[in-house]
Design a protein around this ligand. Structure first.
Ligand code: MN
Length: 326
């Protein structure tokens, strides 16, 4: 089924002249790497390609080849094909949504389990380690060579979505793809340095504030931390720079669920990370959010203390639920 859809996508892209590619809001390495890899390949094949990234890419990712061509908004005119990459639901396209949906043919390439599908053709494989894994297969099908720039983008997608090849989605297949990408010119050490060792001073100062607020419950199975509007003001940091803080919480021995609460624009954004069998996506969904079983997010229109109480209560329920699937 996936294979058929993949062939249909390859055919649609071959026939297209004007193509729109879209990343999701709060862009991560996977959505940007997938869109850039596909975009560079299609441009090499002579297509007129616009790549829209509705939110500003985090600074650490600006080294990604082609990222200087990211557009904030969908350009005018008609597109033969649009492709949403790594988008778990239509809302993940943010303001780019209507433009993406207005193309003659709308394609989704994704590895989330989201129910809110909007594409005419779906290449959705929950077993794929990253959307970049699916784009890798698509480029093979299109017969497009993996240039060093394309390989670099796909490597970023795999590296970041597998948590540096540490998460449960790290398989022999994902490692084999990574090896082939290195063969094609992706520089693993240089990429890791860009992604993980170019943090701003403010980002590390915010990590300090988050860790200073650290609390635990459920005999250490649940940990949480917060960053208030005052913390953002005091450090001069932005929400994009809080990426990765949650992993410090999750790394504590015995932790089954880690939560990070951030007060941004008067609302509370929550990042959730879990260890199997706890399904944190179910917790996020209870508040209108979503994500993967072990990495999810949601936003609450409540003051910090109330948001914490609500999400902690729902998380405690999930921790007590016996053997949530996945
Ligand atoms: Mn992804």
């Amino acid at each position: 089924m996936i294979a058929d859809a993949m062939v249909a996508v390859a055919d649609a892209l071959r026939a297209a002249e004007r193509v729109l590619l879209a990343c999701h809001i709060n862009p991560d390495g996977d959505t940007m790497g997938s869109a850039l890899a596909l975009g560079l390949a299609l441009r090499a094949a002579g297509k007129d390609v616009a790549i829209v990234c509705p939110d500003e890419p985090p600074r650490a990712y600006r080294f990604m080849p082609g990222s200087e061509t990211f557009l904030r908004a969908v350009p005018s005119g008609t597109f033969d094909v649009s492709v949403a990459l790594d988008c778990d639901g239509f809302h993940r396209l943010g303001p780019a949504g209507p433009g993406v949906r207005s193309a003659a043919r709308v394609i989704e390439i994704d590895h989330h389990s989201g129910e809110d599908r909007f594409g005419d053709v779906l290449v959705v494989d929950r077993k794929a380690a990253a959307t970049g894994d699916l784009v890798f297969t698509l480029l093979k099908l299109l017969g497009q060579p993996l240039t060093p720039d394309i390989a670099t983008n796909l490597y970023v997608a795999l590296l970041t979505d597998t948590g540096s090849f540490r998460f449960a989605n790290t398989t022999a297949r994902s490692l084999r793809i990574a090896a082939e990408l290195v063969d094609c010119g992706a520089d693993a050490a240089r990429i890791a340095e860009h992604v993980y060792e170019t943090r701003s001073f403010a980002a590390v100062a915010m990590l300090g504030r988050a860790l200073a607020s650290l609390k635990r419950g459920e005999k250490g199975a649940l940990v949480w931390a917060r960053l208030t509007a005052r913390d953002f003001l005091g450090t001069g940091g932005s929400d994009a720079e809080t990426e990765g803080i949650i992993n410090h919480l999750r790394s504590i021995e015995g932790v089954k669920v880690a939560l990070l609460f951030r007060q941004v624009d008067g609302r509370i954004r929550v990042s959730l990370r879990g260890r199997a069998p706890v399904n944190v996506a179910a917790v996020a969904r209870a508040f209108g959010g979503g994500g993967h079983h072990q990495a999810a997010g949601c936003t609450l229109d409540l003051p910090m203390a109330q948001a914490e109480r609500a999400v902690l209560a729902e998380t405690r329920k999930a921790l007590k639920r016996p053997r949530t699937a996945g």
